[in-house]
Design a protein around this ligand. Structure first.
Ligand code: 13P
Ligand code: SF4
Length: 325
C-alpha cells in the first residue's frame, strides 16, 4: 500500500508525463477512483464504453492512455490507427472476451449464415472483424429493435444475459452465444429483494449483464452512463446498484446527498455485502500508469492491431458510432 505522499508523487509525475507526451487518459467508470479522478483532472474522460470509443477517436492528442480493459484499448486503436495507444497493463482482459474465441465464434457464424451478426464491444478485434455490427449496452436495445424492424434475424455474442434482455425487450429473433461477465452474473435477485425490504424507498439500478432475475426487479436497466444519469435524476434518496462498485465514485460525486448500496452477490440476507469489482479493471493503477508513460515504448504495453483485421473491425465499429449519435 502506498502512503498519501507517494500517491501524490505518482499523480504529479503522471500529469507531467501526459503533457510531455501529448497524451490523454480515457478511463472507464469501473476503474479505481484515483484513476478516474486523474483522468478528469488532466482533461481526459471517464465514461462508459461507447463514450470512451468516441472520445478516443475525436480527441486531438497523439497518444491515448486507456485505463480499462483490453477491448477498450483495441477499439481505441482500431478507430485511431494513427495514434499510439497504451494501457497501464495489457493483461487487463474481460471474461466475455476470453469466453468468445475467434475460431469457435467463426464456426458458430458459419452455422447461421442467414443471421445478422451483432457483437458486444467486449470482444477481441478478430471477433469484431467478423461482425456486421458492434454495440455497447447503451444502444443494444435500440439497434436490435431497428434490425428487427428490417426483418433481420440476429446472431448475438458473447453476453447471454444482455442478449436475453434485448430479446425480451424487442421480441426479435436473437440467437445467443453463452458468455457471461464474472462480476455481473454473481448478483442475486433474492439478496436485492431483501435489501429492498430494508430500504423500501430505494430504486434498483441494474446493468444488463446481470441475470434476468435481477433485471426483472430493476427500476432502471442501462449502461454505466445511463445508470449514473438515473442516480442523479431520480427523486429517490437511496439506490441499490447492481454493477461494478467502481461506479460509486461518480454517483457519489454527482449526488453527494444520496445513498448508494451495493447489490448483494449471494442470497445470504440483507446484510450481505459483496465486493463486486472487476479484477481486470482493478489492474489499472498509479504505478503502472506512470511506468508506461515514463518509458518510450510504454513498457511493452502498447496496443497493436493487425492492420487488415483493424480495417475489417472498423466497419462495424463505425456503424456503432453512427447509430449511437
Ligand atoms: P458499459 O458500456 O455500460 O460502460 O459497460 C462496459 C462493461 O464492461 C460492463 O461490464
Ligand atoms: Fe468484462 Fe465484466 Fe469486467 Fe466489464 S466488469 S470488463 S464485462 S469482466
Amino acid at each position: 500500500e502506498m502512503t498519501l505522499e507517494q500517491r501524490e508523487f505518482y499523480r504529479e509525475r503522471i500529469k507531467e508525463k501526459l503533457q510531455a507526451r501529448d497524451a490523454v487518459m480515457v478511463a472507464h467508470y469501473y476503474t479505481d477512483p484515483e484513476i478516474q479522478a486523474l483522468a478528469e483532472e488532466t482533461g481526459g474522460c471517464v465514461a462508459d464504453s461507447l463514450e470512451m470509443a468516441r472520445f478516443g477517436k475525436e480527441h486531438p492528442a497523439s497518444t491515448l492512455i486507456v485505463a480499462g480493459v483490453r477491448f477498450m484499448g483495441e477499439t481505441a486503436k482500431i478507430l485511431s490507427p494513427e495514434k499510439r495507444v497504451f494501457m497501464p497493463t495489457l493483461e487487463a482482459t474481460c471474461s466475455l472476451d476470453i469466453g468468445c474465441p475467434e475460431d469457435e465464434f467463426a464456426a458458430f457464424c458459419e452455422q447461421h449464415p442467414d443471421r445478422t451478426v451483432v457483437v458486444y464491444a467486449n470482444t477481441s478485434a478478430a471477433v469484431k472483424a467478423r461482425a456486421d455490427w458492434v454495440v455497447t449496452s447503451s444502444i443494444a436495445v435500440e439497434l436490435i429493435e431497428y434490425l428487427d424492424q428490417r426483418g433481420e434475424k440476429i446472431l448475438w455474442a458473447p453476453d447471454q444475459h444482455l442478449g436475453a434482455y434485448v430479446r425480451d425487450k424487442t421480441g426479435a429473433d436473437v440467437l445467443c452465444w453463452d458468455g457471461a461477465c464474472i462480476v455481473h452474473e454473481e448478483f442475486k435477485a433474492r439478496g436485492v429483494e431483501e435489501l429492498k425490504a430494508v430500504h423500501p424507498g430505494a430504486a434498483v439500478l441494474v446493468h444488463p449483464e446481470s441475470p434476468a432475475s435481477v433485471v426483472a426487479i430493476a427500476d432502471v436497466v442501462g449502461s454505466t452512463s445511463q445508470l449514473i444519469k438515473a442516480a442523479t435524476e431520480m427523486p429517490n434518496d437511496t439506490f441499490i446498484v447492481a454493477t461494478d462498485k467502481g461506479i460509486f465514485y461518480k454517483m457519489q460525486q454527482l449526488a453527494p446527498e444520496k445513498t448508494f448500496i451495493e447489490a448483494p452477490t449471494a442470497g445470504s440476507g440483507a446484510t450481505c455485502r459483496s465486493c463486486a469489482h472487476c479484477p481486470w479493471m482493478a489492474m489499472n493503477g498509479l504505478e503502472n500508469t506512470l511506468a508506461v508513460l515514463q518509458d518510450d515504448n510504454g513498457c511493452g504495453q502498447e496496443i497493436f492491431v493487425d492492420p487488415d483485421l483493424a480495417r475489417r473491425a472498423m466497419v462495424p465499429l463505425d456503424r456503432m458510432l453512427d447509430f449511437g449519435k
